[in-house]
Ligand binder design. Structure first.
Ligand code: ATP
Ligand code: MG
Length: 402
């Protein structure tokens, strides 16, 4: 008897009364998309849980993909049996035998939503527990801290037996709360900002600025590899790669050195704003953290933010670097971010950018150049790439996740 399904428990979204139906549908669609390579699986959703029916697909691989799905509180590989005590005992014994090493402890945790079942929860705990003790050698009961907690659940349609509760990713199903444009550099912070935003149910498209030949193909690949890590949570991520060389060179020539960084950020934001409108997204996400560098002081943010009234989400704004790095390590982006390739901003960063730029000054400096043809050209030459978690770069024809 093998595990034939994975039982999925919903997370925080179950608190949200009226939105619940929408979240459950979204979660089901996301799970389907993330598991799209497992052709035989089927998904059944109920109001308080979902079942992924394996139909012969490998449980371990499905489990490792499910760990990345936001909106799942926890899940358990399970066996469905008829509602009679013999069948339940047999399935429970099978699960224990598979997990057992001599000297281990266990307990049975029974639950009934079908109150008409012939055994109550205590009766079930004893009936199943006794069967295990008789049939498995060198095993003891420990109700406080067992090595194996055998979950036996009697529902109206059937009984479900499981030996494992796996922690889910939490949060809300991705794209259940609209879409945002993530400004994705090759650094440590922006992928973490993207991850945290996705966790709250926001779908992400990334925008990456590159400046060939000052930045190399490998720097661009780094951003795509980071996007591919984020795609683990959504199935795929669209990346807009903006050619930024000409604008940066113009800034370099036309803007006084102390203000080039401010101007660069403002131009980036103008471009992202235009792409956001075209893509129908509702916010812009950055990896900014207050005080970290010259562009992230209060004065800088005030002067830069001036070019758009679109909400800018800054999930890391109050976080210390050490805590950001912890998350980057957890989501496996840290190593990629640490690759040494240059980033377009580092190359053009002046030795001492102004940490307290003035809005009226930058506006006056910018007014001397007509930027619109340059901005338009960059937007028109923007390349779109869709990356997935597995093969990193995939064709345009993927089902639309959002
Ligand atoms: P990160 O680690 O995310 O690069 P950082 O601490 O190095 O951040 P900056 O380089 O000042 O800080 O960038 C601040 C934010 O601006 C980044 O988090 C990112 O959202 C955006 N950004 C910077 N460079 C780029 C780029 N080349 N393409 C897209 N967005 C960028
Ligand atoms: Mg950076």
């Amino acid at each position: 008897m093998n595990y034939d399904r994975i039982l999925i428990r919903y997370g925080e979204m179950s608190l949200k009364g009226r939105n619940r139906k929408h979240f459950v549908q979204k979660l089901k669609k996301n799970i389907k998309f993330i598991l799209r390579d497992f052709k035989q699986i089927q998904i059944q959703s109920e109001w308080d849980r979902m079942y992924v029916l394996l139909n012969g697909e490998p449980a371990e691989e499905v489990i490792s993909s499910l760990k990345h799905v936001f909106g799942i509180q926890s899940f358990s590989p399970a066996i469905k049996t008829e509602k009679n005590i013999e069948a339940i005992r047999a399935a429970a014994l099978e699960i224990v035998r598979r997990a057992h090493t001599p000297g281990n402890t266990f307990k049975v945790s029974a639950r009934r939503s079908d109150k008409t079942f012939e055994y109550d929860t205590n009766g079930l705990n004893h009936a199943v527990g006794a069967h295990i003790l008789i049939n498995v050698e060198d095993i003891k009961v420990d109700v406080k801290n067992p090595d194996l907690n055998l979950l036996v659940e009697i529902r109206h349609d059937a009984a479900y037996i499981s030996g494992q509760v796996i922690q889910g990713a939490g949060g809300f199903p991705v794209a259940s709360s609209g879409k945002a444009m993530l400004m994705l550099s090759g650094g440590i912070d922006s992928p973490v900002a993207g991850y945290l935003t996705m966790k709250r149910g926001v779908g992400i498209e990334a925008v990456h600025f590159h400046s060939p030949p000052f930045t190399s193909e490998r720097a661009k690949q780094k951003a795509l590899d980071l996007a591919s890590k984020l795609a683990q949570y959504s199935g795929s991520v669209k990346v807009h790669i903006v050619p930024f060389t000409e604008i940066q060179e113009t800034i370099h020539k036309q803007i006084p050195e102390g203000y080039t960084m401010t101007a660069t950020r403002r131009m980036m934001l103008r471009i992202v704003e235009e792409i956001r409108q075209r893509q129908g997204a509702l916010a812009i996400v950055t990896g900014e953290s207050l005080g970290q560098v010259a562009s992230q002081t209060m004065d800088s943010m005030f002067a830069i933010n001036d070019v758009t009234s679109t909400p800018i989400l800054r999930p890391l704004i109050t976080m210390d670097k050490i805590d950001i790095i912890k998350i980057a390590e957890d989501i496996d982006t840290f190593e990629i971010s640490n690759r040494p390739y240059e980033d377009c901003c580092t190359i053009f960063t002046p030795p001492s950018p102004k940490t307290r730029p003035k809005l009226d000054k930058i506006q006056a400096f910018e007014a001397k150049v007509d930027w619109s043809p340059l901005l338009e050209k960059a937007i028109n030459h923007t390349e779109e790439v869709i990356v997935s978690a597995r093969n990193q770069q995939i064709a345009e024809d993927t089902d639309d996740f959002f």
